[in-house]
Design a protein around this ligand. Structure first.
Ligand code: MG
Length: 401
């Protein structure tokens, strides 16, 4: 039997070519020139992920057989005894995706072929339209349509909306204030306006970003039903999962959920009970391609489609991983796309191209993406205390971002 190829070294690459701090794992193997890349990006806590990789998972990984992806994932998940958290899951994802990349390179196949082969040539993507008035949002939608997008998310004034009126108490601290009750009234008018302006020929999406009290989420999901959204996203927080039953029993608005999920406990019931239509985990946050493949097949049995999280704080390597899953999944629904700038394309050769509302693979073996480490080193991460996540209700008390 041939000697196995093993993990010889692991590098954690941190870089910030655009808005988000990115964390990439590079596994260097015992085979000269053979390496793999994986996304481990948890932008708000990147140093914690860095430490988890360097101090805990790297010593665990060195010397292991690169072919045993499943065994690696299962053991890495329980090795620390406590499990299913964002820091550990992202760190494991970096290894998991890199091992899939390596397996593809060894096989001479793209990862979608390892998963079972393509169901489609490209993945339909949605873009983010926005503005500060309903008229501006409609204009932004038209500009996406002109670029070939047929699925467009519509937001007004950022997550939670920009409150026209806030009645803060004296001495209220600084923060990202919003008014959830006003938000629902203004968004309903915006969605109605945009639908009337652009017609039925385009799919519209909206992200509530878990900004509502559960009963207001129930009412909002009912109120938007006539506008036939492609989906309404994160209308509830994961902590309020049980309220999906109330929404489901009262309207047929298509629901997407899951970017904050860490654990099977959070998604199993929603899928089994047909309480959502789109599962949209952040693939690195759930631990990589290995668990995403399992969730995809589980969801497929219940008629639930995939819509993996794809913002700027999914690294280009993570977007490549999303695309391979999208091309293979029988129950692929839609892919979120954040439109990276030219510098990011230069830093990550092979980053998938989007044309006319579709994301295309480059058909290279593995994930088909690389990193220019010298260029990445020119853009070190910038440490700041995040402001947008210091969200507050109108009386100044902390709210979910
Ligand atoms: Mg979202």
């Amino acid at each position: 039997m041939a000697k196995p190829i093993t993990i010889q070294d692991v590098k954690t690459i941190m870089t910030q070519p655009a808005g988000s701090r990115l964390v990439i794992v590079k596994i260097i193997t015992s085979e000269p020139g053979l390496y793999g890349l994986g996304c481990a990006t948890f932008t708000q806590r990147c140093h914690a992920v860095h430490a988890a990789i360097e101090k805990h998972l790297k010593p665990f990984a060195i010397g292991r057989d690169v072919s045993r992806i499943e065994e690696f994932w299962q053991m890495a998940m329980v090795h620390g005894y406590w499990r299913n958290g964002p820091v550990l899951n992202n760190a494991i994802s970096g290894f998991d995706q890199a091992l899939w990349d390596i397996k593809g390179k060894l096989a001479g196949m793209p990862v979608y072929d390892l998963l079972g082969g393509k169901c489609r040539e490209a993945a339909a993507v949605y873009g983010h339209a926005g503005g500060s008035t309903p008229e501006e949002v409609a204009e932004s939608v038209r500009s996406f349509m002109a670029q070939g997008y047929r699925h467009i998310r519509i937001q007004m004034g950022g997550y939670g909306g920009k409150a026209a009126s806030l009645h803060k108490p004296d001495g209220a601290p600084e923060g990202a204030y919003y008014n959830p009750r006003e938000y629902t009234r203004r968004m309903l008018k915006m969605i109605e306006h945009v639908r009337c302006e652009v017609g039925d020929g385009v799919e519209l999406l909206h992200d509530v970003h878990e900004r509502l009290q559960p009963i207001d989420a129930v009412r909002f999901a009912k109120d938007v039903e006539p506008y036939n959204l492609f989906f309404l996203e994160d209308v509830l927080a994961p902590e309020d999962n049980g309220w999906f039953r109330d929404i489901r029993s009262q309207c047929a608005t298509r629901l997407a959920m899951g970017e904050l999920f860490n654990s099977p406990h959070e998604w199993k019931l929603l899928i089994e009970e047909h309480l959502i239509d789109y599962i949209r985990m952040h693939v690195s946050q759930m631990g990589g391609i290995t668990p995403a493949r399992a969730v995809t097949l589980f969801a497929n049995v219940y008629g639930v489609h995939t819509a993996w999280h794809g913002p700027g704080d999914t690294s280009p390597v993570g977007h490549a991983a999303n695309l391979h899953l999208d091309l293979w999944a029988p129950n692929f629904g839609i892919q979120e796309w954040c439109r990276f700038n030219d510098l990011v394309y230069e830093m990550f050769p092979g980053l998938p191209e989007v044309r006319d509302g579709y994301m295309y693979p480059n058909d290279q073996p593995g994930l088909g993406i690389d990193i220019d480490e010298a260029l990445a080193a020119q853009y070190p991460v910038r440490d700041v205390v995040e402001q947008w996540t210091q969200t507050r209700w109108p009386d100044g008390s902390p709210a979910r971002p």
